[in-house]
Design a protein around this ligand. Structure first.
Ligand code: C2E
Ligand code: MG
Ligand code: MG
Length: 565
C-alpha cells in the first residue's frame, strides 16, 4: 500500500555507501536540494529504510559493500511490502550488475566513477518524480484491500481492451459470496478481509493469463472482463475450492456467478455488467446451480422495462394511470363493515393494456420515478376523497402507498400538507402505508420523517409487516398507528397445515403496541372467521372485494356498507 511521503518541503534521500569520501561527495551535492540520511553498509541501510520508510523519497545504493552487498539489499527491499515502493538508484562501475539490478527492480543507475554533478541531480530528480507519479496512480486506481482495480479504472481498462482488440469477443462476469456478512460476524472483519484478498488473488491468477482483468466492486462483489473462451465454470470451481480450503470444512463458503456471455460492444461497459449482475441475481440459492446467464428472456424483460420507463412521462401527462380502491372491512363489528379503502394504481397502457403495479413499481423504485408517480396518485386520491366528502358529508378514509424514496424526499411533509389543504381535507383522511422494509435501512431518518408526519396528524400504517425483519425491540420504538400484516402470513398459514402461530404472534405484537391490526390477502370465509377469532381488526382481500374502480367502489359504499356474512 502507498505510504504518505514527504511531498512538501525537502524530500529525503538515503545514501548507502561504505566509503566515507563518496558519502561526503554525494552528501554535499544532494544537500543543496534534499535532506540526506546515511548508511555505511547493507545492514545499516535496511535498518535506516525501515526507520525512515514514511519519509524517504529515494535510496542511492552502492553495490559493492562489506557484509550485505547492494544486490542483496535490493532483493530484500523489493520483497518487503512496506519498503518495495521506495525507489532505489544503484551505483556501480560494473556494467553487468547494472542490468541485474534493473531486473531486480532498481529505478535507475549511476555509473562509477561519478559523472558530472548535474547528471546525478537529473537522474535523482527523475526517479523521484516517476515514483511519485506512480504512487498517485496506484492509490487512485487500486482498491487498497485487494489491490485490484477499483470500479472506475476497471471500466476504463475494459474500454481500452476493446479498443486494442476490436475483433476479440468478450464476456462480462460478476461474482459474489452468499451471506458474506455472516463470515464477518462470526470470524471478524479481519478474517473476512483475508477471505476477500484470497478471492481477489485467485480470480486474478485465473483471468490474467488470457488477458482478463479483475475488479473489486464493493464488499464481496467482484467483476471480471475477459476474452470469450475463459473457462469461467472452472474459474468458479477453483476460486471456490481455494476459499473452502482456507476456511475449513465446517464453514462452507458459497459463491455465485452471473455471466453475460459474448457482450454486445454497442452497450456501454456499465450496462454490460448490469446484465451480468441481473444474471447473478437469478441465482437464488446454491442448490439449483450457482451460475446465472444473461439470456433471451432477460433481454426481453430489459426491453420491456426500458419501454415502461420511456413511456412514463407521457403516461402521467395523458392520465394513463388509474387509481383503484380496495375495500377494508372492520370484522370486529357485529357484521363486517366497510370502513375504508387502500388506493392501488393501475396503468392503462395504450399498447400493452392493463399493466399491474407489480411490474412497474419495483422498476420505478429503482430509478426514482416512483416519487412522481406517487405524487400523482396522492393528488388523484385526495381529489377523489374530496368529492366523496362533499357527497357523503364525511370523508371515506383511504390509505395511499408511500415508497422508501418518498420518505427521503426532504419536501415530503410539505408536499402532503399542500395536497391535503388544496382539497380541504384533514390530515387523517389520507392514511400513509409505509412498507416495513423501508424502516430496516436508515431507520433513524425514516423515524424522524414519520414522527414529523404524525405530529401533523397523519396516520401511519406499517405495510407488509413481517417481511422486513425489524427486530422486536425496534418495533416498539417505531411510530405507527396501524400494523398491516403481510399477505404471505395469511396465505402460508392457511395453505396446508393450518399453522396460525405466526399470525397470533403478530396480533400480540400489535396489541402490545396498542395499534389495530389489518390482514390483507384474505380470500376465503374460513380465513376471515379465523382471523376475526384471533383478534384481527380489519380485513382486506378478495373475500370481500378486489380493488375496484372509483365508480364501483362508490356503489359498494353507498349500498352495501353492511355485508351479510
Ligand atoms: P400492497 O400495498 O401490499 O398492496 C396489496 C396488494 O395485494 C395489491 O396488489 C392487491 O391487489 C393485492 N391483494 C389484495 N387482496 C388480495 C387477495 O385476497 N389475494 C391476492 N392474491 N392478492 C390480493 P397490487 O395492486 O398488484 O399492488 C402490488 C403492490 O404494488 C402493492 O402492495 C404496493 O406495494 C405497490 N403499489 C400499488 N399501488 C401503488 C402506488 O400507488 N404507490 C406505490 N408506491 N406503490 C404501489
Ligand atoms: Mg399497501
Ligand atoms: Mg401489503
Amino acid at each position: 500500500m502507498t505510504q504518505s511521503r514527504k511531498v512538501f518541503g525537502r524530500r529525503q534521500i538515503l545514501i548507502v555507501e561504505d566509503e566515507m569520501i563518496n558519502r561526503e561527495i554525494l552528501g554535499n551535492l544532494l544537500a543543496q536540494e534534499y535532506e540526506t540520511v546515511f548508511a555505511a553498509d547493507g545492514d545499516e541501510a535496511i535498518e535506516k529504510m525501515k526507520e525512515y520508510r514514511q519519509t524517504l523519497s529515494l535510496v542511492l545504493l552502492d553495490l559493492i559493500m562489506p557484509k550485505k552487498n547492494g544486490l542483496e539489499v535490493l532483493t530484500y527491499v523489493k520483497n518487503d511490502p512496506q519498503l518495495k515502493q521506495i525507489p532505489v538508484i544503484v551505483m556501480t562501475s560494473d556494467a553487468k550488475s547494472e542490468v541485474e539490478s534493473l531486473h531486480l527492480g532498481a529505478a535507475d543507475f549511476i555509473p562509477k566513477p561519478y559523472p558530472q554533478p548535474d547528471v546525478i541531480m537529473a537522474r535523482v530528480r527523475r526517479s523521484i518524480e516517476l515514483s511519485e507519479d506512480r504512487m498517485i496512480i496506484n492509490a487512485t486506481e487500486r482498491d487498497p484491500l485487494t489491490e485490484l482495480y477499483n470500479r472506475e479504472y476497471f471500466y476504463r481498462y475494459a474500454e481500452q481492451f476493446d479498443i486494442h482488440h476490436p475483433t476479440v469477443q468478450t464476456d462480462a462476469i460478476v461474482l459474489d459470496i452468499y451471506h458474506f456478512h455472516t463470515i464477518n460476524e462470526r470470524f471478524g472483519t479481519k478474517y473476512g478481509d483475508d477471505v476477500l484478498r484470497l478471492m481477489a488473488r485467485k480470480l486474478r491468477e485465473f483471468a490474467a493469463p488470457s488477458g482478463g482483468i479483475v475488479c473489486h466492486r464493493e464488499a464481496d462483489a467482484f467483476m471480471v472482463y475477459a476474452p470469450h473462451g475463459l473457462d469461467y465454470i472452472e474459474m468458479l470451481a477453483s476460486v471456490s475450492n481455494a476459499l473452502n480450503n482456507y476456511v475449513g470444512s465446517h464453514n462452507r463458503v458459497r459463491l455465485r456467478m452471473g455471466v453475460y456471455d459474448t457482450v454486445d460492444r454497442e452497450l456501454p461497459i456499465e450496462r454490460r455488467f448490469d446484465r451480468a449482475s441481473e444474471a447473478c441475481d437469478t441465482v437464488k440459492s446454491g442448490y439449483s446451480g450457482n451460475i446465472g446467464f444473461f439470456d433471451n428472456a432477460m433481454h426481453e424483460k430489459e426491453l420491456y422495462a426500458e419501454q415502461l420507463i420511456e413511456d412514463f412521462p407521457r403516461a402521467i401527462e395523458t392520465k394513463q394511470f388509474a387509481v383503484y380502491y380496495q375495500p377494508k372491512y372492520n370484522v370486529q363489528a357485529e357484521s363486517p363493515a366497510l370502513v375504508s379503502a387502500e388506493a392501488l394504481v393501475r396503468w392503462n397502457h395504450p399498447t400493452l393494456g392493463c399493466v399491474s403495479p407489480g411490474e412497474f413499481i419495483p422498476l420505478f423504485e429503482e430509478n426514482g420515478l416512483i416519487r412522481k408517480l406517487d405524487n400523482y396518485v396522492w393528488n388523484e386520491v385526495a381529489a377523489q376523497v374530496k368529492a366523496w366528502k362533499a357527497r357523503y358529508g364525511a370523508a371515506v378514509p383511504v390509505s395511499v402507498n408511500v415508497s422508501r424514496a418518498d420518505i427521503f424526499d426532504p419536501m415530503i411533509v410539505d408536499t402532503l400538507k399542500t395536497i391535503i389543504q388544496k382539497n380541504g381535507l384533514s390530515n387523517k383522511d389520507l392514511l400513509l402505508e409505509i412498507t416495513e422494509s423501508a424502516y430496516t435501512k436508515n431507520a433513524e431518518q425514516i423515524i424522524k420523517t414519520v414522527n414529523a408526519l404524525r405530529e401533523l396528524g397523519f396516520l401511519i400504517e406499517m405495510d407488509d409487516f413481517g417481511t422486513g425483519y425489524s427486530s422486536l425491540n425496534m418495533i416498539s420504538a417505531l411510530p405507527i398507528d396501524v400494523l398491516k400484516m403481510d399477505m404471505v402470513f395469511i396465505q402460508q398459514a392457511f395453505a396446508k397445515t393450518q399453522d396460525t402461530k405466526l399470525i397470533e404472534i403478530i396480533i400480540d405484537i400489535a396489541k402490545y403496541l396498542s395499534v389495530p391490526v389489518v390482514a390483507e390477502g384474505v380470500e376465503t370465509r374460513e380465513q376471515m372467521l379465523a382471523l376475526k377469532e384471533m383478534g384481527c381488526d380489519i380485513i382486506q382481500g378478495y373475500y370481500f372485494s378486489k380493488p375496484l374502480p372509483p365508480g364501483e367502489f362508490e356503489a359498494l359504499w353507498e349500498g352495501t356498507r353492511n355485508v351479510d356474512n
